[in-house]
Design a protein around this ligand. Structure first.
Ligand SMILES: Nc1ncnc2c1ncn2[C@@H]1O[C@H](COP(=O)(O)OP(=O)(O)OP(=O)(O)O)[C@@H](O)[C@H]1O
Length: 375
C-alpha cells in the first residue's frame, strides 16, 4: 500500500496535474504558501476522508468553486501481490469528491461508488505527523483514543462497524438519560446492547494494545531514552473491568441521570501514559513529550508493517518541531519499516542531509504556485 499517483481538481491552490510518487521517500520543498501542505492534505483525504488541518470541507475547495476532487492510484502492497499466485496485484483507484453546495460526498474505489469511507481508508493507511500530533500526549483521552483506534481499525476488520453501532447506541442511551423522567425499562435495554458492544470493542482494543506495547517497548530498548525506567503505558478500557459494565452502569444510574450522558464504557477509554506514577503531560519536558509521540507513531507503523500493511506517513512542517537528531531517527526508522513517507520543507535540503545514497527510490519535488516539479 503506497500512493503511486495523485491528481486533484479544484483543491486549494493545487494546479491539479497528475503527479507520480515514490513508494518510499518523497520530499516536497517550496516557499511559504506554495502548496506543500495542500499536497499532503489531499493525500490525507484519500486515507482519512477529511482534512487533517481543518474540519470544514469547504476550506479546501478552491475559492469560488463548489466541488473538489482527489484521485489516487494505490499500490496494493507486497502481501496482496504475493497472494495473487505469482501475479502482480492490480493498482487500486481511489476517488473522493465533495459538492460543497449540496453537501454531498462521492467515494469511489476501482470505478465503483462505495458508501463507507472505511473502503478507502483500508486501502491507504495514512498517519499524520504535524505540529498538532503532540496533543496525543499533552491533550485529553480522546486524542489517545483516536490514536489507538486508528491501529485497531487497520488491524481488526470488524472494528469500524462495532464502533459505529456503539456510537448509535450511546447516543440513544444518552437521549434516554436526558429524557427528564426515569424510564428504567428502556435504559436496561440500552445497557444490555451497550455493554455487549463495549466488551467486543474492548477486546479488539486490548489485542491491538498488546501488539503496540510490544513494538513500542522493543523501540525503547533500541533507542536509549533516559526516562525508560519509571515510564508506564496502560490501557484503561473506560471502566473497571474487574466488574461487568452492566453492573457498573446500574450502580451509577443516579449519577448518569444527573449528568445526562454515559460516563462509563469504551467511549471513556484511554491509553494512560505515566512517569513515576504521574501523567507524562505534567512531568515530561516538551522535548521528552515529542520523543514519546514520535516513538508511539513509529511503533504504530511497525504493528501494521508486521501484518504486511505499508503505512503512508505525512510529515508536515516537522522542521519547526523536531531537531535534526529526531528527524534523522524518525526517517531512519520509517525507512527500516518500509513505510511510504511524504515530508515538507521550506528550504531545499542540503544534499548531504538527503537520503539519496541509502534510499534507492527517493524523489524530490519543488513546489511553486501549487505545481510540483520533480528534480
Ligand atoms: N480554498 C483555497 N482556494 C485557493 N487557494 C487557497 C485555498 N486555501 C488556501 N489557499 C492558498 O493555497 C496556498 C497553499 O497553502 P499551503 O498551506 O499548502 O502552503 P505551504 O506551502 O504548505 O506553506 P507553508 O510553508 O507556509 O506551510 C496558499 O497560498 C493559500 O493562500
Amino acid at each position: 500500500m503506497a500512493l503511486l499517483k495523485l491528481q486533484t481538481d479544484q483543491f486549494r491552490n493545487l494546479a491539479g496535474d497528475p503527479v507520480s510518487f515514490s513508494s518510499s521517500f518523497n520530499l516536497l520543498y517550496g516557499e511559504n504558501g506554495s502548496g506543500k501542505s495542500s499536497v499532503l492534505e489531499a493525500i490525507g483525504y484519500l486515507g482519512l476522508g477529511r482534512s487533517f488541518r481543518i474540519s470544514r470541507h469547504q476550506a479546501v475547495c478552491r475559492h469560488g468553486q463548489v466541488r473538489f476532487t482527489v484521485f489516487g492510484a494505490v499500490d496494493p502492497g507486497r502481501n496482496a501481490a504475493e497472494q495473487q499466485a505469482g501475479g502482480v496485484a492490480e493498482v487500486h483507484r481511489l476517488g473522493f469528491a465533495r459538492d460543497i453546495q449540496g453537501k454531498e460526498t462521492l467515494l469511489r474505489v476501482d470505478g465503483e461508488n462505495v458508501r463507507n469511507l472505511s473502503a478507502l481508508a483500508r486501502l491507504l493507511p495514512v498517519s499524520v505527523i504535524d505540529p498538532g500530533v503532540f496533543e496525543i500526549v499533552s491533550g485529553g483521552p480522546s486524542q489517545r483514543r483516536q490514536f489507538l483506534d486508528w491501529s485497531v481499525f487497520h488491524v481488526e476488520p470488524s472494528f469500524a462497524s462495532l464502533w459505529q453501532q456503539c456510537q448509535r447506541v450511546t447516543s440513544q442511551r444518552n437521549q434516554t438519560l436526558r429524557n427528564g423522567r426515569l424510564d428504567e425499562h428502556l435504559l436496561r435495554a440500552w445497557d444490555a446492547q451497550f455493554s455487549a458492544l463495549a466488551d467486543q470493542i474492548t477486546e479488539a482494543r486490548q489485542s491491538v494494545v498488546a501488539l503496540f506495547q510490544e513494538a513500542f517497548h522493543s523501540l525503547l530498548r533500541e533507542i536509549e531514552t533516559p526516562w525508560v525506567e519509571g515510564f508506564k503505558m496502560d490501557f484503561y478500557p473506560g471502566w473497571d473491568r474487574k466488574q461487568p459494565l452492566l453492573e457498573v452502569l446500574a450502580r451509577h444510574r443516579e449519577q448518569e441521570l444527573r449528568m445526562g450522558h454515559t460516563l462509563y464504557g469504551p467511549n471513556r477509554a484511554d491509553l494512560r501514559l505515566r512517569f513515576q506514577g504521574r501523567p507524562v503531560a505534567e512531568t515530561f519536558s516538551r522535548g521528552q513529550q515529542k520523543t514519546l509521540v514520535i516513538l508511539m507513531k513509529i511503533a504504530q507503523g511497525k504493528v501494521l508493517a508486521d501484518l504486511g500493511k505499508q503505512v503512508t506517513f505525512l510529515l508536515d512542517d516537522i522542521n519547526a518541531e523536531l531537531d535534526a537528531e529526531h528527524r534523522a531517527m524518525l526517517a531512519q526508522k520509517l525507512y527500516e519499516l518500509r513505510c511510504q513517507v511524504f515530508v515538507t520543507s521550506i528550504e531545499r535540503p542540503q544534499p548531504e542531509l538527503l537520503w539519496r545514497e541509502t534510499i534507492p527510490d527517493f524523489r524530490m519535488f519543488h513546489v511553486e504556485h501549487g505545481r510540483l516539479t520533480e528534480e
